[in-house]
Each structure stands twice: as structure tokens, then as C-alpha cells.
Design a protein around this ligand. Sequence first.
Ligand code: ZN
Length: 429
Amino acid sequence: MVWEVTRTVRVRLDVPDDRKSDLHATNTKFQYCANRTADWAWRYPNEDCVTSKSEAESAIYGALRDETDGLHANLVQKAIKRATDDIDNCVDRLADGENTSKPEYDTFSIVYDKRAATYYRDRVSLATVNGRVECEYDLPENPEGTPHGEYLLNDDYSFSTSTVHYDSEADEFYLHAAMKRERDVDSPEKAEDSRVLGVDCNVDDHIAVTSTGRFIGNADYLNHQRRKFEKRRASLQQTGTRTAHLAFKRIGDRFGRWSEDYLHQCSKAIVEEARCHECTHIAFENLEQIRERISDGKKFQQWAFNALQQQVEYKAEEYGIIVDTVHPKYTSQQCSKCGCTLEENRDDQHFECLDCGYTANADYNAAKNVARKLALKLQQGQKSPVGGAFCQYALESGVMTVNATDVVSDTPVSVERESTDKPPLEVGI
Ligand SMILES: [Zn+2]
């Protein structure tokens, strides 16, 4: 299996002053091609719109080449593709009953693939209507840890089709470099082995608890900040002045950024934990199915859980770690040790099994159940479960291997082998 990951890095281009007009002229012709294609391909509501790039090319490519003298042939093709791709999205939206209209192109944005541009680690050579222009990148002095260092200057990543933009306020050009990394993850003996990190998300106490016993983030703090923000916003709304309105918007943006960043730190910690335990999968509870547990008044929590899962997915992808979900039924009431399921087992933050006497933090116990559920699901999905690959889940004390004869169900599973081939790990933040 080959997995692929693309990261976009924005870098300022050092365009020679006397060549800026060439880029603008190129953009004008590129836009012209995109708009002409859209005019031709947009046929709603009388006919079906044309969404095929090759169909559009065979109809109007020749004419566009004549009409945009000097524009690189590949840029004409990219403009056609941009318009047909956008129209394809519009057609999807129309099919979903949404309102949309013919795409129009009036901002600076040119698509460059490797035929119209030559990408280097420190500069790019771009085709314009007046020959090539070489632009150096404006890189940070110490790129380590920046997106530039991690992707643009990293030989594991190669350039793929990117775009050039223009910021008219600053009079600066930017390359949005699409950096692609491919990795072949086939290794015969490990092909079907999987190891799961389970994650339990919470509306109070810690935001996330992993099956390895790491407690991440502080949900109470996040909620407290949210309440503070809403109080402040409500008082501004009552004031009703224009200044208050602007402040209202500003603090809204600021809180949005702050909370996203807070969740970003949490998602980073989850992915780190998965990598540290060499996990191939991260398991969450299915958000749709935990809705009932999060009351209607807690829209913010729903948003936060969703954002957290998405951020984990995004970061995990880079390491080839798969994020999956399991049904949340009984995850908080079942004993992760003996499998006994009783509502009385859980008392707020405390879990105590009435059957075997196992005690643990309730969220930690739930995270282990989440992990096991996915491991079982993976085990069941295997072609040759007997004598084949291991499906394991990571615990603080090592790993648990689910047995091939186990079945996925809401009833307890007791046949497990524990192997402590890893030393116990310390509990994080
Ligand atoms: Zn028990």
C-alpha cells in the first residue's frame, strides 16, 4: 500500500521589479482562459454543464491558444482544468439542492505544474508570457521547525502542482508550494499487524485520555475560557455601538484562534502518543453516536470534539496512522479488565468493577475499551485471522493482543493475552 501526503507551504517570492508586470500579464491571460472555459462549459439550467477537462480541451483549447498568444500551453490546459473542476463542484452542489452560479475568475491565482515551472529548494523558475522568470524564496533564517524546514526543504517531499498568488496590499507574490510525500508501507511480515491507541474524549476534566494512560488537555479550562468569552461578548452586544460591534467581532476571532490552537496542542499530543507506542491506528468514539451524551446546550463541545478529531486525522496522516471510530455503547460502563458491564461500575470519575474489583480512572478505563473495540474490528476484518497478523492495542503496561476467536459485540470479551514487551510509560500532561 502506498500512502501519500501533501502539505502546502506558503513562501514569499522575490520577484525582480522589472518582471512583476510579466507575471501580471500572465495572470490576465490565465484568468481569461478560465473565464472563457467557464462561459463555454456552464449550461445550467437549460443543459448539463460540461465537467470533463478533455471534452473542454478538444472544443476550445485551439481557440484559447490563438487568443492568448505567448501563454505557455500548459497554463492554458491548467486554466481549462481549473474551470471544469470548479464546475464539477458546482454540479455536485446543485445536485444537493444548494444554490450556486457559474464560477468567475477575478483574483490573481495561477496554477503551475512541472511543465510550466521548475522547482528548486531555494527558487522557482516560472513561465510567463515574456519568457521565464526566476524567483528566489524568502526563507526564514532558521527554518528548522517551520513549515519551510519541514516540507519545502525536506528531501522526503517533492514539489507537485502549486499555485502562485499576489497580495495587492503588500505588492508581493507568493508561491503556495504543494509538497508531496509518498511512502510504500508494504512490509510482508507486518502488512496486517495493527496496533491501536484508544482515545476517550470528555466534556469535563481532561479533554482526551488515551488507552496508554496519558491525560491530555483540560476541558474545564477550555469551558471556563468559553464562558468568559461569551459573557464579554454578550455585554458588547448590549452596548450596540459600532466600536462595540467591531470589538465583538475581534474577540470572536481571537477566541476562535485561541481554542483552535489549544485543540491543536491536544491533537499533537495524541499523535505523539500513538507514534511513541508505534500504533498504526487511533480509535475515537463515533461522534454522531455520542451526540446524546452531549446535551444540546453543549454545541461548543461538539465543535471541539469534531475539531480535535479532524486535527488528529490531519496530523496522523503524515505518519501513515489511520484514524477510525467505534460505537460508543458501554465504553464507560464496561470493565476493561474482565469485560463485566454494569452501569454501577462507574461513579463519575471513578471506575470500580463490581465483579473483579478492578479500579481505575473512569476515562482511562473507557479509552482502553475504545482501543479494544477497534482492535477487534480490525481482527474481524482480516482475511486469514488464524495464525496471521496480530491486532493489538496499546496500554500503559504494554500491549494486549486480541484473540482471533473473539467477536465484536457489546458483550464482554475475555480471551486476551497480555505481553509486556514495552516498559511502562509515564503519564503525560
Ligand atoms: Zn472487572
